[in-house]
Design a protein around this ligand. Sequence first.
Ligand SMILES: C[S@@+](CC[C@H](N)C(=O)[O-])C[C@H]1O[C@@H](n2cnc3c(N)ncnc32)[C@H](O)[C@@H]1O
Length: 220
Amino acid sequence: MYITDKSVTEYINSKYKPASDKLIPFRRVGEHDRVPVILKETESVLSMLTGLTHPKRIFEIGTAIGYSAAFFAYSCPDAVIYTVEKDENAYRAAVSNIRNAGVDDRVKLFLGDGQEVADKLFDEGEKDFDFIFIDAAKSHYRRFLDSAVKIASDEALIVSDNILQHGMTANEDYDPRNKHKTNMINMRSYLNHLMRDSHFNTTLMSVGDGLAVTRYRRYI
Ligand SMILES: C[S@@+](CC[C@H](N)C(=O)[O-])C[C@H]1O[C@@H](n2cnc3c(N)ncnc32)[C@H](O)[C@@H]1O
C-alpha cells in the first residue's frame, strides 16, 4: 500500500538516481526475491543526508541481503559500516553480496540481534558512530535505539525506517483486522519518545514507508 498518492510516488521514483550504477542489479535481485530493501525514495533521502553530514562510522540494524549497507558504502567512500542481521540465511547472502559489491574492506557484518550486538560493541569500546540506521523488527525500535545511542557520537544522526507501517501508525483503518496492533502501539510509543525526549530533535517524514530523522545530542 502507498501512503502517498501512487502517481506522485511513481513520478518521484521516475527521477531516482542510484548512488552507484552497481546498485541497479543489486536492487533488482532484492525486488525479484521480495526482500524489503530500502525504497528508492528512502534511498534518495538517505543519500541527501549522508551527502550533507559525511558520516565516517555508520551503524545499521537490519542488513537483510546487504543492499542498504552497499548503498552506504558507495555513497560514503570514507566510511566504515557496521551492520547487524538476525536471520542466518539473509546474513549469509549479505556476506556474499557485500564481497561481490567490492566493499567488504569497509562493511563489517554481524549475525545476531541488533541490541545485543550494539551492547557488545559498547563493551568492546566501540563508539562514535555518527550515522545510525534502524531498519529491522518494527516493534523493537525502542530497545535498538537505547543501545545504539550508547555507541553513537555525541551528535549522531539517527534514521528510523518504516515508521508509518503502511499508514497504520497514523490511522488504525489501515489495519482493519487488527493484525498489527502491537506493532502500531510500539511504534507510536517509539515516536512519542523521539519527539518528547530532549536529547532528540526529530522530524517525521512521509517518505517511502515513513522515516524519522533524528538529531541526537548526548549533552543538553
Ligand atoms: C527491512 S529489512 C532490512 C533491509 C535493509 N536495510 C536494506 O534496505 O537492504 C529488515 C531486516 O531486519 C532483520 N531483523 C529483524 N529483527 C532483527 C533484530 N532483532 N536484529 C537484527 N536484525 C533484525 C530481518 O531479518 C530483516 O532482514
